[in-house]
Design a protein around this ligand. Structure first.
Ligand SMILES: Cc1cc2c(cc1C)N(C[C@H](O)[C@H](O)[C@H](O)COP(=O)(O)O)c1[nH]c(=O)[nH]c(=O)c1N2
Length: 238
């Protein structure tokens, strides 16, 4: 069998980016991101897979303080509304969470999805219309992982009304603002998700999420379970 895998060090680098990627809100530094780094991140995003090779994404770069403030105002409005869904201790904890770094980060990038790109019959999209949105999310993830490898923090802000966000950014009707991202250098990358550290929610055990007949034998497979535990405990130690 030919080994098409990457050399050990490169493989570890990829897994490191996956496991140490964080959603950043509280640790942004104001220092600008070098243009060549930003270019590499956008290239990484643009090399994501997409349904029918549709490439439905565009990248709206936001660096003006006026636009950032306008988006922050949308966040404040949506966050007040979101907070009203919780009661008692949960409401108090929600209010303590910092859930955006719009103005603190030097640059924001909105990754949008042009739902008409490629015309009305995109290969692979006939039955699952939202595959254009899924494709755009993969561009987000590519950028997010590449950013971690570059030492750049990324925070996704979805606590905004999408219609108002699209209007604020001046997007055409058929373009959906999938991901409003805050990017910047950071003081640190937290070892675990900020929501977990804050006591909001924990990572579910992988064993709990394995389903289907083809897995049944494997779920009881001591070697697989041991391997999963070993990986999880490594993560806890990190
Ligand atoms: C689609 C989507 C939307 C959002 C997020 C993520 C994703 C995938 N996340 C980040 C989310 O809270 C975070 O990914 C998890 O808590 C796990 O933490 P790490 O990303 O592993 O650090 C996020 N975080 C935040 O502070 N404000 C937000 O509005 C959102 N919105």
């Amino acid at each position: 069998m030919t080994d098409h895998g990457f050399p050990d060090e490169q493989r570890q680098g990829l897994y490191r980016a996956i496991h140490e990627r964080r959603d950043v809100r509280s640790q942004f530094l104001p220092d600008p991101i070098a243009p060549e780094i930003l270019a590499r991140l956008l290239h990484a995003a643009h090399h994501a897979p997409s349904v029918g090779f549709m490439q439905p994404w565009d990248f709206v770069i936001v660096d003006s303080i006026e636009m950032k403030r306008a988006v922050k105002a949308l966040y404040d409005q949506a966050n007040t509304e979101a907070a009203s869904h919780y009661t008692d201790e949960r409401a108090a904890l929600y209010r303590r969470l910092k859930l955006e770094g719009i103005v603190d980060s030097p640059i924001n990038v909105c990754i949008t999805c042009d739902r008409q790109r490629g015309g009305p019959h995109v290969l692979g999209r006939n039955t699952m219309l939202d595959t254009d949105l899924f494709s755009t999310c993969l561009a987000v993830q590519n950028l997010w992982l590449a950013a971690r490898a570059e030492g750049i923090g990324v925070g996704w802000v979805s606590i905004v009304d999408p219609t108002q966000l699209a209007r604020t950014l001046g997007l055409p009707e058929h373009v959906y603002p999938v991901a409003y991202l805050c990017l910047g250098h950071v003081s640190e990358f937290l070892p675990r998700p900020e929501l977990e550290i804050a006591g909001w929610r924990s990572r579910l055990p992988l064993e709990q999420l394995l389903h289907g007949n083809q897995w049944q034998g494997h779920v009881d497979d001591a070697a697989l379970i041991a391997a999963i535990h070993e990986i999880s405990s490594g993560e806890t130690k990190a």
